[in-house]
Write a protein that binds this ligand. Structure first.
Ligand SMILES: Cc1cc2nc3c(=O)[nH]c(=O)nc-3n(C[C@H](O)[C@H](O)[C@H](O)COP(=O)(O)O)c2cc1C
Length: 193
């Protein structure tokens, strides 16, 4: 049932209402128009400690008791995941990287809890060729390591994901890639059983 599908958007910027928030909200609005339920999580609102590499999660429990628990619940519940990050030094933000590292518990041992979910990325940079593609590849590597599927932004342009250059509200072409990505995500989660 289409209405049962849920796409989670995780916002990785420290700016609660900056360019990345604008782009991710645009994607989620398109998904809602497509009849897909959405959830928005802003990492700036959460306290998430970096992974300590103890692999305590192999026995089922992370050493940290922080806001990552609610992110894990949302990741388990979603059918599709959109990661959205500003480009920081050519890559995802530290906030998003810390969140991605903490999801190692989903693949600890032989289980892959996020297996088969669909992922897609939005990268917002200040400059053209500022590292948006590498930032999207950071996200795609994460999806593949979680045994998820990684989506392109789909026709009409179909590259590595959605990219914004400069002020999101002014980047008409960039917002088209965001909307295309959202429609591609809607089609992909509908196809999932
Ligand atoms: C620490 C830092 C590093 C940045 N590195 C890059 C970069 O490598 N390439 C780029 O295009 N923009 C870079 N920027 C600019 C941001 O990606 C850009 O302003 C983005 O739109 C910010 O998104 P936000 O408003 O959602 O925070 C950097 C900004 C900061 C603060």
């Amino acid at each position: 049932m289409m209405a049962d599908k849920l796409v989670l958007g995780i916002h990785g910027s420290p700016h609660r209402e900056g360019n990345t928030a604008f782009a991710l909200r645009h994607a989620l609005a398109v998904l809602e128009q497509e009849g897909i339920r959405t959830q928005y999580i802003a990492l700036a609102d959460l306290q998430i400690a970096p992974c300590e590499g103890s692999f305590a999660c192999r026995s089922g429990t992370c050493v940290h008791d922080d806001d990552m628990g609610s992110v894990c619940d949302a990741l388990r519940a979603c059918d599709g995941l959109i990661l959205a990050s500003p480009v920081y030094m050519g890559m995802v933000t530290g906030q998003l990287k810390v969140m991605m590292d903490r999801t190692v518990l989903f693949r600890a041992g032989s289980r892959f809890e996020l297996s088969g979910k669909v992922g897609a990325g939005i990268a917002c940079g200040g400059f053209r060729n500022g590292g948006q593609e590498l930032t999207l590849q950071n996200m795609q590597t994460f999806f593949l390591q979680q045994d998820m599927y990684a989506l392109a932004d789909g026709p009409r342009y179909s590259h590595s994901g959605a990219t914004i250059v400069g002020r999101a509200a002014d980047d008409e072409l960039g917002l088209q890639t965001v909307a295309n990505l959202a429609r591609r995500m809607a089609a992909a989660v509908r196809e999932r059983r």
